[in-house]
Structure formats: structure tokens, C-alpha cells
Design a protein around this ligand. Structure first.
Ligand code: AMP
Ligand code: MG
Length: 321
């Protein structure tokens, strides 16, 4: 072990994964947001395999993950402001949409002239990208439309037989996908809420961003931001106050924080109401309830603030009743 304090995987497994990537393979990688399904971003046929394994429509562009700024600059054009944001938030759960350079194939960005870029902080995936020396394209490692994976086990259950490797880096720290900012327009636009709050971005930028771009306006720019996404198979409804849950409801109930005297069908996203903890637990809890919740799930809405905004966004998309 000795040498790899931050990496719970034996280095041999990492080298094998890098070899798969360089030979056009695909595999699951841990990040601080959710598990990604990775391929060499510079190899169109490898990237095609990602879409096929997920059943993802080709109009939905992928995020390209880099391990240093040199790699980032080879993929996209950085304005001074974009550079400032990257320097502040990277490595971390923050994705910048920038003008694409020719090195990035059309299939990665669904033919758009932009590319979504991020430098993840998870040491195992950073090490993998370094070992490959190529950027990796990686959407979440789940079948299209289902809940994103936050454990290696989630990936194994659903995609295990369709992919070449799974690197297990433990539970994902944030638990929801990255914040996406489109930096090619004026003002810059929040395309997806995530762990980095819009107020933090505005503070670094020193000016406002569009926090609520109109859906039809955002559509061509963020084709993946479909209204329904992340959905469990069980019927999912949302509530603010427990009184809103019909008396006859026999299913599972998720509270934001631990109820004082929880009943058998009651669960919680955090012990004390901490929003980062809610995000961390959200997808894993939905997945485990989805295995048996025949009578449906009611989940309490978080406040639309900070990372709570990302949790609310995912729940609103997941809601299917
Ligand atoms: P995922 O990889 O599933 O977390 O989703 C990536 C999302 O990033 C896509 O669904 C798009 O909404 C967004 N995205 C990726 N590339 C671009 C781009 N070039 N322009 C705008 N949005 C993008
Ligand atoms: Mg996804």
C-alpha cells in the first residue's frame, strides 16, 4: 500500500484502467460529484460506446474532465474571466461551458461549438487522467434517465456487464452533479444547479450571472437539461409540510432531517438538516427505496438555497407524479 495514501485502489488497477481508456475502452470512475462513465474524449468511437452503454441520446453533450490547465487549454478557449473561475473552483464540482477547440470531436459536444469542461478533485480519477495523458469524457454512470450513481456498487448493478472496468473510490462526497456555468454568453448563465452556489460564482466574478435562464432559452445550449431525469421507478411525490401527505398514503416518506420518533416507513436525508449531507445521501437513499417502495415515495422539499437548490432541482426532475 504505502505509496498511495489517497488512492484506495491498488495502482495496478489504475494502470489497467488507463490501458483500457487508451485502447478505446470505457469504465466507471469515482468523482466528488457522482460516478462517471469514462472514455478517451479524443476518440470518437470510444465516446460512442458511452452513449450506447447508457442509452443516452446523441444530442446530449458530455462533460470533458481534465487533470491540469494545459489539458484544459487544449480543449477550449479561455477568456480571462473563465480562467479566473477555473483557478478558483478547480479542482472541484464546477463545469465551465466554453468555446470548443478542434481537438474535441463533434460527438462529445453534440456538434455544438462549445464544450463543457471540468477538473475533478477525486484523487483516483485525477491519477487516471494523468496516467492516460488524455482528457476523459464522462457523463454519470447510470442508464439514461435513472438516478445517478454515488457508489461503485450502483454502477456494478446496472452497467457492470456493459463496461470494461469500475474503479471503486468510495462514496461520492457531494452526491449531486456539478454546477454548470455557460461562460460564452453575457451575462454568464447557470445551466445546472450543483454543489457550487450561484452566489459564490458571482462573488468570484464580481458581477451577476443569470441564475434562472428560461428553459426554452437554455434548451439548445443544455440539451441534457430535460425536465424529467433521474427518475426512480416508484412513484415520487414532493411535500413541504407533512400535513400535505394524504392520510391513506402507505408508502415511504423521506424527511429532510431525522424525525424525533421515526416510524418504520420514515427516512431522512440528514441527521440535523445540513444541506451538504442531504445532497450526499439523496441518490443512494432514492435508489435503495426504489427497490421495494411499491406504494410510492413522498419526499420533503429542501430550501432553494446553496446546495439545497441542487437537491431541489434533482427532486423536481425526479418527481414523476
Ligand atoms: P452529465 O454528464 O449527465 O452530468 O450531463 C452533462 C450535461 O452538461 C449535459 O446534459 C448538458 O446539459 C451539459 N452540457 C454538456 N456540454 C455542454 C455544452 N457544450 N453546452 C451546454 N451544456 C452542455
Ligand atoms: Mg447524468
Amino acid at each position: 500500500m504505502g505509496k498511495s495514501h489517497n488512492i484506495s485502489q491498488p495502482p495496478q488497477e489504475l494502470l489497467e484502467a488507463a490501458d483500457f481508456i487508451l485502447r478505446g475502452g470505457i469504465g466507471a470512475v469515482p468523482t466528488e460529484t457522482v460516478y462517471g462513465l469514462a472514455a478517451n474524449a479524443l476518440n470518437p468511437s470510444a465516446v460512442r460506446r458511452i452513449f450506447e452503454a447508457k442509452g443516452r441520446p446523441f444530442i446530449d453533450p458530455l462533460i470533458v474532465h481534465v487533470s491540469d490547465m494545459e489539458m484544459a487549454r487544449a480543449a477550449a478557449h479561455f477568456t480571462p474571466e473563465a480562467l479566473k473561475l477555473a483557478e478558483h473552483f478547480w479542482p472541484g464540482p464546477f463545469t465551465l461551458v466554453l468555446k470548443r477547440k478542434d481537438a474535441i470531436p463533434d460527438i462529445v459536444s453534440a456538434g455544438l461549438d462549445t464544450v463543457a469542461l471540468r477538473m475533478p478533485s477525486h484523487p483516483m480519477t485525477r491519477a487516471l487522467i494523468n496516467a492516460c495523458s488524455v482528457p476523459i469524457a464522462a457523463p454519470s454512470a447510470n442508464p439514461f434517465g435513472y438516478i445517478s450513481p454515488t457508489l461503485a456498487e450502483h454502477v456494478r448493478e446496472q452497467l457492470g456487464n456493459k463496461i470494461d472496468f469500475i474503479l471503486d473510490g468510495g462514496p461520492c462526497k457531494c452526491g449531486v452533479e456539478s454546477t454548470i456555468l455557460m461562460a460564452t454568453c453575457e451575462p454568464m448563465k447557470l445551466l445546472r444547479a450543483g454543489p457550487i452556489a450561484p452566489a459564490e460564482i458571482e462573488r468570484v466574478l464580481g458581477r451577476p450571472i443569470d441564475k434562472n435562464p428560461k428553459k426554452n432559452e437554455a434548451h439548445p445550449e443544455a440539451p441534457g437539461m430535460l425536465k424529467s431525469h433521474y427518475s426512480p421507478r416508484s412513484k415520487l411525490s414532493l411535500f413541504d409540510l407533512p400535513e400535505e401527505i394524504p392520510e391513506a398514503f402507505k408508502g415511504e416518506i423521506i424527511f429532510l432531517k431525522r424525525p424525533e420518533h421515526p416510524r418504520k416507513n420514515e427516512y431522512w436525508l440528514s441527521e440535523s438538516g445540513d444541506e451538504a449531507e442531504m445532497a450526499h445521501n439523496l441518490f443512494a437513499l432514492l435508489r435503495s427505496l426504489d427497490k421495494f417502495a411499491k406504494n410510492g415515495i413522498y419526499c420533503q422539499r429542501p430550501r432553494a438555497d446553496g446546495i439545497g437548490l441542487a437537491v431541489l432541482d434533482r427532486l423536481t426532475r425526479a418527481k414523476n407524479s
